[in-house]
Design a protein around this ligand. Structure first.
Ligand code: GAF
Length: 395
């Protein structure tokens, strides 16, 4: 990436007061569990978004996406969602900061953010690949605003506010995982996050002779966000039924497999089998993450990888968020003795698979999978080899 301070100076004819870098993320296991208050095991990666920022005094926000060579200017107050998606990831966060300011000192108080700012943005996280480029933008923006306006937000508050911004300005009712991982990542460590209590612990990822490789389908089906929101609703519908008999169940995190079988499997007249399938996948996956962490701690990467395959099976057959292209990529490595685990990663309907592959075999396997993918689809495989990196920070 080019030096963003230089681009900023040229674009806005002023010096950036600070530059913030925020990473994308991978997720080892625990998919679609975050908004069900379960566990996830993500890590920040060495692909990131950078923002450079400086205050203005004329009540306008000037935004420039360096990679896209696009500029947008809006008034800094009474902000509404914009037609351009990258703009929403910035202004949605501004709105959250303004709400926070109002909650602290009332709507009549004046705040410096209302006077506007210049912001330049660039990055190398592939867009639509399921590596959370949008969360990285939101986290970089909130971190920069927090610093520039001395808001005093904790990284936990930042994670919750950027999640809210995604709900309101991107229309995706996402969980907390992506923002949390981007803000809290540490070099070479995976994060076990309990999405209920938000307690988290770090574990070194020692894959021995194996490494993580991402296979990118290079597609993103249009129904991704609407189906995502539908899955969330289906889980909530399941919870409503479970609550009638077990009022202490507030989310699927609180439900056991037995309770899901007892109330959702048989009662097809009320909720239909889809609801059972969704809830069954989620309770299985919440348990699977906890067992997978034990495998990791015991150094049993083979058992860990096996669970990744199980996750994919559940996401594909029960949760139905995979797609033909992702299934082709997982099937292409399933029986390969040098691949310990593979599964689709992130929200689904495109994006990447995450694979644990023997280092010495990586090149041969890439070659083989690329061939299968080209034969069976109209797309070209892209490969990302990522390292686990530090979370959001000032550059
Ligand atoms: C997307 C969402 F943004 C996350 O919150 C999470 O639900 C993930 O899909 C699926 O695990 O990345």
């Amino acid at each position: 990436m080019q030096d963003i301070r230089v681009s900023f100076q040229q674009l806005f004819n002023t010096t950036a007061s600070l530059v913030v870098q925020s990473p994308g993320r991978i997720n080892l296991i625990g998919e679609h569990t975050d908004y069900n208050n379960g566990f996830v095991l993500p890590a920040a990666i060495d692909k990131c978004v950078q923002v450079a920022i400086a205050k203005r005094t004329d009540g306008t926000i000037h935004m420039h996406a360096i990679d896209l060579q696009e500029s947008v200017i809006i008034p800094a107050v009474a902000i509404q969602p914009h037609a351009t998606s990258w703009v929403n990831y910035i202004i949605g966060v501004v709105v959250q900061v303004q709400k926070y300011n109002t909650s602290k000192s009332g709507s009549n108080a004046s705040h410096e953010i209302d006077k506007g700012f210049d912001i330049g943005i660039q990055g190398d996280i592939p867009i639509g690949a399921g590596l959370s480029s949008s969360a990285a933008v939101e986290c970089a923006v909130i971190f920069a605003l927090n610093e520039m306006y001395q808001l005093g937000l904790t990284t936990m508050q930042m994670a919750l506010m950027t999640q809210q911004s995604e709900h309101e300005f991107a229309g995706v009712k996402c969980g907390i995982m992506d923002m949390f991982a981007s803000l809290h990542g540490k070099n070479n460590q995976v994060i076990l996050l309990d999405c209920d209590s938000l307690q988290h612990s770090y574990y070194p990822l020692d894959l021995k002779d194996y490494q993580i490789v991402l296979f990118d389908t290079q597609i993103k089906h249009a129904l991704a966000s609407s189906e995502y929101n539908t899955r969330r609703l289906e889980c909530e519908q399941g919870v409503e039924v479970l609550q009638q008999k077990y009022p202490s169940i507030k989310t699927l995190r609180d439900a056991s497999k037995q309770q899901v079988d007892e109330l959702l499997k048989t009662d097809t007249s009320m909720v239909g089998n889809k609801i059972y399938d969704r809830c069954k996948y989620v309770v299985d996956e919440i348990e699977r993450v906890q067992l997978a962490v034990k495998d990791l701690l015991a150094g049993d990467i083979k058992a860990f990888g096996q669970k990744m395959f199980e996750t994919h099976e559940g996401l594909s057959k029960l949760y139905e968020v995979s797609c033909r292209e992702l299934d082709i990529l997982v099937n292409a490595v399933k029986d390969n003795p040098h691949v310990l685990g593979a599964r689709m990663m992130g929200g689904g309907f495109g994006g990447c698979t995450i694979n644990i592959i023997k280092k010495s075999e990586v090149q041969a396997i890439i070659h083989q999978v690329a061939e299968v993918y080209a034969q069976q689809t109209a797309h070209t495989l892209k490969v990302h080899q990522v390292k686990i990196a530090q979370g959001t920070h000032i550059k």
